[in-house]
Design a protein around this ligand. Structure first.
Ligand code: ATR
Length: 273
């Protein structure tokens, strides 16, 4: 029987998820479809009812519904309760189960490139929803410590509390305080939205080496100023699109129960730029 999937959010018209999943269906010869469905803030409940009526088999959730969607789940996977936000749902006869594939998506490029996280010193820029999944990932992979630097100190402090609760040594600082400290870290991640509009990176990467891992979760443009600065230093680079791809691969595997066609999905994603 044919299956249907969707991504919900607002704005949604530039989402790359329909391309990525449709390419996977073609590659695997699956009789499935995947659409983008705009649900404005405040209309989530009605939107979900509509999706249930058409017997949607599963859907992804993006901004601004990732946290509010938790209320409408019947079952919650551990990934989802840990992070407190949901980005992937399965619908089995009207029973909605929520997952969060952002953490696995974030970690996927480290695994693919065999890059070690255990015992590293991490600098995380940003303390929003994405940063929380990233902190969970570093805790899982047993990083030595994480410095969370954010424009609003209070948000960094909250996230550092979360990190400590799940066993990761953490401290919170303001971004200004880490501007010239990049050389003290093994892994530096930009999880702020800075770069989306081609702004200059929030910190300098002076002093980093070719062993430093620099990861930008902003995927549009592919080559943000942060990534360009990392390239100048010959650092090890992980692009934002790799996390996007990683979370889509994981969602695919939850829905279809088979290994996702990574290369076909990557090709579709990069073709979208
Ligand atoms: P996401 O779901 O992508 O994580 P978010 O939860 O809105 O989005 O988080 C955005 C992050 O980018 C936050 O850390 C935010 O900092 P604040 O906590 O101070 O708001 C950060 N951010 C956004 N615009 C920024 C800017 N111009 N300079 C520095 N940080 C910025």
């Amino acid at each position: 029987m044919s299956k249907s999937f969707a991504v919900i959010g607002d704005p949604i018209d530039h989402s790359l998820s329909p391309n990525i999943h449709s390419a996977a269906f073609r590659e695997m010869d699956l009789d499935s479809s995947y659409i983008a469905y705009r649900i404005p803030k405040g209309e989530l409940e009605e939107g979900i009812e509509g999706l249930k009526k058409i017997k949607i088999d599963g859907f992804n959730i993006t901004i601004p519904h990732k946290v509010e969607m938790m209320k409408y789940l019947d079952k919650i996977d551990e990934s989802c309760s840990l992070i407190g936000a949901v980005n992937t749902v399965t619908n089995t006869d009207g029973i909605l189960k929520g997952y969060n594939t952002d953490m696995d998506g974030f970690l996927e490029p480290f695994k693919k490139k065999k890059l070690n996280i255990a015992n590293t010193k991490v600098l995380l820029l940003g303390a929003g929803g994405a940063a929380r999944a990233i902190v969970a990932g570093f805790a899982k992979e047993k990083a030595k410590s994480i410095t969370i630097a954010n424009r609003t100190l209070g948000n960094a402090e909250n996230l550092a509390e979360f990190a400590k609760k799940i066993g990761l040594d953490a401290n919170a600082v303001k971004i200004e305080d880490v501007k010239d400290t990049a050389k003290n870290f093994d892994i530096i991640v930009n999880a702020t939205s800075v770069g989306l509009r081609d702004e200059p990176s929030v910190i300098s990467l002076e002093g980093i080496s070719e062993k430093t891992i620099v990861y930008d979760i902003v995927y549009m443009p592919i080559n943000t100023d942060f990534i360009k600065k990392a390239k100048e230093k010959n650092a090890i680079i992980i692009y934002g699109y790799e996390m996007l791809l990683g979370q889509a691969v994981r969602a695919f595997e939850i829905w279809h129960g088979v290994e996702a066609p990574y290369n076909a999905m990557k090709k579709a994603l990069l073709g979208g730029f």
